[in-house]
Every structure is written in C-alpha cells, then in structure tokens.
Design a protein around this ligand. Structure first.
Ligand code: FES
Length: 382
C-alpha cells in the first residue's frame, strides 16, 4: 500500500470548523477557519507553517473526526475556574498529607502489642488501622482530585470518528502528536501551577509511600528472635485458659494447644505448641527423631503448631491415624514419627518440645525447641 504524501491526505471528515480551542465557553458552536476539506492537502511547506491547533483540526479531518460539541466548564481565568483549581489543589494536597502521615506513622507509631489480657487500651492495636486509613485517604484524595480536575477544569467534548484502515504516514504522525499535545494543553497542567505543584506533591508522597513497607522491613534486624521461642526449662505448659496442664486432663487420642507462662503467652505466635496424647498402641510404636528419644513423656508428645511450610497453624488432628493436618496446603505430619511430613509441600518435621512433669504433676518444658520453628528462612542451616 502506498503512503500518501501530505498533499494527498484523505479528507474523511465532514467537519468544517476550527480547533475546539476556538470554541466559546458554555456550549457547542460552529467551527470556522479550518484547512480545506476534501480537496488537496497542504504542501510540506504549508504543513510546516501550520499551528498546533490547525494540525489538530487537520489530523481530525484526515481521520474523519468531527467535534460535534464542546463546552468549557469555566471561562479561563474566571473566578469559577480559580475556585475549581483550589478544590483540585486541596484534594491533591490532602492526598500528599495523608501519604506523609503514613510515612510518619510507619516508623513512629508503637506496633508491638503488649499482651496484657485485654486489661488496657493498647496503642499498638491502632497501628495497622492507621496505616490503612492514611493510605486509603491518600488514594481516595488523588481520585477525588482527578475527578474534580476532569469535571471542572477540562473541556468537555463530544467527538465522532469514522473507522478506517491503513498505515500511518508522516503527516498522520505529526498531526497525532499535535493532537496529543493539544490534549495535554486542555488539561490545563501548564496554566494551573497550583494544581501542578499539588499533584507533584501528592504523586511524590504516594511514590515514597510505596517504598516504605519494603524498606521499612530492613530497618531493624530480627537478631536471634527467629532462632528462639519463649519456652525455657521448667516452664509449665498452660492451656488457652491459662491453667497448667496435667496428664489426667487429657484423654487418649486428644490434642490440646498449650502456651508458655510468659506475659502475653496465651497469644504467643512463637511459643504456641500442640500437646498430644497418643493412643496407647500409637505410643508403643512411637519413633523418635535422632537425639530426641527423651523428648516425650509416656504417651504425650509436644510439637510446634507453626507449619514448617509457610507458617500456618497446623490445628487439625486425626485421632485414629495420629496425623496432624495443616489446612493451608494440606501438609500432613505423623505424630508417631517425630511429626515427620508425609504429604504436602512441607519438607521438615514440626519441631518437638521436650516435656516432663514437675514435682506437682504438671507438664513442664525441658527447654526451648532445639531448632527454629516455622518455615525456613535465609539464615537457618537446616
Ligand atoms: S502452610 Fe502448612 S502446608 Fe502450607
């Protein structure tokens, strides 16, 4: 297919008016002063002389585009336009301030919850809601600003275009570029410096805000927290109600979730442990992991409740088979074989807590887990 020259452009449009910039505020109006339609196109020299508005009109006509209605929501420079500009700027500024608030709250607001059993109000409980609120407000105000900008500052046009086929010759590329630039002009971004600056502020704040959760995680090293849990030698195993557990409290084939007796222990994500009383036949055939032969007490075994695959609580226990099931991805661990994984994506056994009875007949830990609980991480060797 041959490429038409500028002098052969197909004048497909029926429009006979000027660029919409020439329109008057308040409604549609006839167009005047456009290049000729349907006749020979401008020469290259004439093309070089044409203004952007004329190129926009020419490009529209080449594509069969007709602007059938144009309306400016406010007269340029009028009080109405200045008021609209302030409203848009206010929305963008509010978005920026919300973003700044997020960035201030993220490092400054207390986030570690004090587990006091619900006795007092904990500021840390507001950490996540406040982050969500400020982030939501930032995004909402950006949306409000954009809508106000489009509704109150940008011209409204009804444009009709006929479909056509073909490549894009130079003349079309130039006119298209002019149309796009004209559209940018229509946004008023060049004239409304208040909107421009407030939008930059909002955009900058939102851009930085997106980095905060990523960078924030590197600010503090976890130290050895990933290698240790609250369990220590002699600590009693407490039930969810805070009462120490004795062997006679559990029937054969049952499971109880236990926690270390430390402050906030009943919500401790690291210390949460499953105490299982195996059926007598299961206990007889119990297979210990190497070096952990004395970790159980009679029919009782205790394993970390945190799945070694991705950290979900493995809370389903099948009495008859002594299988512990993780509901997240269906990993299964054999409680009669040192909680070895036998199905699913988990590849490591659940860490076992060594247990004993104290002088009063309550279960106690013989120490902390001898390996990190939960999923693998970059610094652990096994
Ligand atoms: S977290 Fe348990 S199987 Fe994935």
């Amino acid at each position: 297919m041959s490429t038409p020259t500028s002098a052969e452009y197909p004048a497909g449009g029926a429009r006979s008016g000027a660029h919409p910039d020439a329109a008057q505020p308040g409604g549609s109006q006839p167009m005047a002063g456009s290049p000729p339609v349907g006749g020979p196109g401008p020469s290259d020299a004439e093309l070089a002389e044409m203004s952007r508005a004329e190129l926009v009109t020419l490009g529209g006509e080449m594509d069969g585009v007709r602007v059938v209605y144009t309306e400016h929501p406010a007269e340029p420079g009028s009080r109405m336009e200045r008021r609209a500009e302030r409203q848009v700027a206010l929305a963008f500024t509010a978005a920026g301030l919300s973003g700044v608030a997020f960035m201030v709250l993220f490092p400054a607001w207390p986030w570690r919850q004090d587990y006091d059993g619900g006795a007092g109000f904990d500021l840390a409980s507001l950490f996540t809601p406040l982050l969500g609120l400020t982030l939501g407000l930032a995004l909402a105000f950006v949306g409000i600003g954009v809508v106000l900008w489009a509704k109150k500052l940008m011209p409204y046009e009804v444009v009709v275009q006929d479909r056509h086929e073909g490549a894009s010759p130079e003349i079309e590329r130039q006119t298209t570029a002019a149309t796009l630039l004209s559209g940018l002009d229509d946004t008023g971004i060049g004239r409304h410096s208040l909107v421009r600056r407030s939008l930059l502020f909002a955009g900058g704040a939102l851009g930085l805000l997106a980095l905060f959760p990523i960078v924030g995680g590197f600010v503090k090293k976890p130290g050895d927290k990933l290698f240790a849990t609250p369990w220590q030698t002699g600590m009693r195993l407490l039930g969810v109600n805070g009462v120490p557990v004795r062997p006679e409290d559990m029937r054969a084939g049952s499971l109880q979730t236990v926690f270390p007796p430390v402050e906030g222990g009943n919500r401790s994500p690291d210390g949460v442990t499953m105490l299982i009383r195996l059926l007598p036949t299961q206990a007889e055939g119990y297979r210990s992991r190497a070096g952990q032969e004395d970790y159980r007490w009679n029919d009782f075994v205790a394993f970390s409740k945190i799945c070694t695959h991705a950290g979900c609580p493995v809370s389903l226990y099948e009495q008859e088979t002594a299988l512990i099931l993780c509901p997240c991805h269906q990993s299964q661990f054999d409680a009669t074989d040192g909680a070895k994984p036998i199905f699913g994506p988990a590849t490591r056994s659940l860490p076992q807590l060594a247990i004993n009875l104290d002088a009063d007949g309550y279960f106690v830990a013989k120490g902390d887990y001898n390996e990190p609980i939960g999923p693998a991480f970059w610094e652990r060797s096994s």
